[in-house]
Design a binder for this molecule. Structure first.
Ligand code: EPU
Length: 352
């Protein structure tokens, strides 16, 4: 049992708090201190609490992109604020503001109901609005960074709340300013600029096929979201059924010349546009599957049989077991393809 103490209306502090239900891998872990914030205005006060001074603070969203390979050393802070509003209305677009604690998928559905588009390809991604810009979530040919109007974040260096526009956020593939400076910024709200007239993105493999199976001849943003939901439900294991954190590895970006050499040696290796004209993104899932890991299981730690990029906890795997499996996978990909793959989730309590 953890000790709960209501120190203020704006936050709740518990000591020695379990985190098992707060990470989608379902790994047993405990926080020396867990603070749930109901009003982001209380953040400076919370960050100044004595319990938060000894070790780095972990800001926890839905726990869908982290692996507890040990207990967090310092306090854990989570946002309970979930307000979503239309901030500005314009003829052709609107700016929507979501508190950090809002659930991402609920936000996507809400924007579609308002007649706004842009987020349809990002439906059903687990996590919170506050976490979305940190790793610049992306799927089916779209990244959240493209629609970010501004990110509101508390700057721990200056002690001020700041609004950073899209350029200042420095978005890249699964990366941003916030990811590069994790101990500096705490994201408190996300503002998205969403068009009223959709510019649908249907080119990612599988979307048009799914729309055709759904008998949709003239897709709109809502039907594209439905298609994405159906593909994700089929291809990715549901964290409510089997513990996982989505893709465990990022797709490596390599120089085009190297990508072409690899394709000569490994026919069929899928590759996509990179983040510059002279590089390509390789499919880590394909390389992991080629190394024989898809569906692998050792004890309760395994690789999904649905998708080779997803590590799964079949029951009571520990974070250490999952991390050790991840290292073996990365080593075999390096040995066979000469390519280093890196984890997408944040690893707590161990170094990669
Ligand atoms: N593939 C395999 N084996 C598999 C799965 C996929 O060989 O088990 C091959 C497929 O043949 C396909 C290619 O890999 O050509 C790409 O597969 P997929 O469309 O599933 O995309 P991905 O590159 O593996 C990325 C994101 C996912 C996102 C999908 C769809 C990363 C790290 N992952 O996966 O994001 O849903 O694209 O856009 O970029 C996540 O970040 O947690 C996540 C699930």
């Amino acid at each position: 049992m953890s000790n709960a103490s209501q120190l203020s209306d704006a936050y709740l502090l518990r000591e020695d708090a379990p985190l098992d239900d707060r990470n989608t891998f379902g790994i047993a872990a405990r926080a020396p201190c867990l603070v749930e914030i109901a009003d982001t205005a209380a953040l400076p006060e919370v960050l100044a609490l004595p319990q938060l001074q000894d070790a780095p603070v972990l800001i926890l969203g839905a726990g869908s992109n982290l692996l507890f390979a040990g207990n967090p050393e310092g306090a854990v802070v989570s946002f309970d604020c979930r307000r979503v509003i239309v901030l500005h209305e314009h003829d052709d677009h609107a700016v929507v503001r979501a508190d950090a604690g809002a659930q991402w998928h609920a936000l996507v559905l809400w924007t579609l109901q308002q007649g706004l588009s842009g987020l349809e390809n990002l439906a059903l991604i687990p996590g919170t609005a506050g976490a979305a810009p940190i790793q610049n979530i992306g799927a089916y040919g779209c990244e959240v960074g493209e629609y970010v109007h501004a990110v509101e974040a508390f700057d721990r260096t200056s002690g001020e709340l700041r609004r950073l526009d899209r350029a200042a956020c420095a978005f890249a593939y699964r990366d941003s300013l916030f990811k590069r400076e994790p101990d500096r910024y705490v994201v408190t709200a996300l503002e998205l600029s969403l068009p009223r007239v959709p510019a649908l993105r249907l080119d990612y493999a599988g979307i048009r096929e799914e729309l055709s199976v759904m008998d949709v001849a003239t897709p709109d943003a809502r039907s594209v979201a439905q298609a994405v939901i159906r593909i994700r439900q089929r291809k990715l294991p549901d964290p409510a059924v089997v513990g996982n954190a989505g893709s465990f590895f990022k797709n490596p970006i390599v120089p085009t010349a190297l990508a072409e050499d690899l394709l000569q040696q490994h026919a069929g290796l899928p590759m996509f546009r990179g983040d510059a004209v002279d590089n390509r993104k390789l499919s880590a899932a394909w390389m992991i599957e080629a190394c024989g890991w898809k569906g692998f299981r050792e004890g309760d730690a395994g690789v999904s049989a649905q998708h080779a990029l997803v590590l799964v906890n079949h029951g009571s795997a520990t974070g250490v077991q999952l991390l050790s499996l991840a290292r073996r996978i990365a080593e075999s990909v390096r040995a066979r393809f000469g390519i280093a793959i890196e984890p997408e989730p944040k690893v707590i309590g161990a170094r990669w």
